[in-house]
Write a protein that binds this ligand. Structure first.
Ligand SMILES: Cc1cc2nc3c(=O)[nH]c(=O)nc-3n(C[C@H](O)[C@H](O)[C@H](O)COP(=O)(O)O)c2cc1C
Length: 210
């Protein structure tokens, strides 16, 4: 049986750590089928709802580098079940991720859904695509309503993904989600306020008790 994500993640030192903790047998004799090398509708829907993720790249000196990427919801596009792409916007112009992936195309993406306490981890190979190289792709990753300058496109070839359990994830909500959740309360409050104004006016009118 397979567990694609761990085939990548478990190196000799990881195996040694598992052995030291007495759990290497769990992962050596893994009795499941978790290739997870093709995105399903489940992952595609999760990815389409994200407006940010973290991306780790590897520097030429072996240091991991984690950066945040954000954009309009769904800015990370699922092109097909093994391909993802996103517009890389102008930022602080350090270009650390860009430089890293030019030397080593391995990246790890970390996608959080705090509200539902879910997280998705992705191993991929990434390539930088110039904006004029593939007009169809450029159009796909461009949102004309989003105010940011696209400098390049990163296209990712999926190696494997994995889901984590919700443990230790504190539910957090975006401003939009909070607004949506309190909308019925706001509406009720407005209704009660106008009723209150009406009742006060009636009380202030001598003789009007209806
Ligand atoms: C004006 C501006 C300043 C920024 N300053 C920082 C910063 O000091 N540190 C940081 O980590 N990101 C900063 N960012 C966000 C990064 O520039 C952004 O995440 C960028 O995509 C990083 O690219 P890189 O991972 O290739 O270096 C800034 C963005 C802007 C627009």
């Amino acid at each position: 049986m397979s567990y694609g994500f761990l085939d990548i993640a478990i190196t000799p030192s990881v195996r040694a750590a598992q052995k030291a903790m007495g759990v290497d047998h769990i992962w050596q004799n893994f009795n499941g089928d978790r290739d997870f090398d093709r995105l399903t509708e489940n992952e595609a829907a999760f990815i389409a709802a994200r407006d940010s993720f973290y991306m780790a790249s590897v520097s030429e000196t072996g240091w991991p580098y984690v950066q945040h990427r954000g954009g309009p919801s769904g800015f990370l596009k699922v092109i097909d079940d093994r391909t993802l792409a996103f517009a890389d916007y102008r930022g602080n112009r350090q270009y650390i991720s860009t430089g890293n992936v030019a030397a080593n195309d391995r990246v790890s993406l970390f996608l959080m859904d705090y509200a539902h306490r879910a997280r998705l981890k992705i191993y991929a190979h990434v390539e930088e695509v110039a904006l004029d190289a593939d007009p169809e792709l450029t159009m796909l990753v461009t949102d004309p309503n989003y105010r940011a300058r696209i400098e390049r496109i990163f296209r990712l070839r999926l190696e494997s993904f994995d889901w984590n359990c919700p443990q230790h994830i504190t539910p957090r909500f975006t401003e939009g989600e909070v607004n949506e959740a309190v909308r019925p309360l706001r509406e009720r409050l407005a209704q009660l306020e106008s009723e209150n104004v009406e009742l006060r006016a009636r009380l202030a009118t001598p003789g009007d008790t209806q």
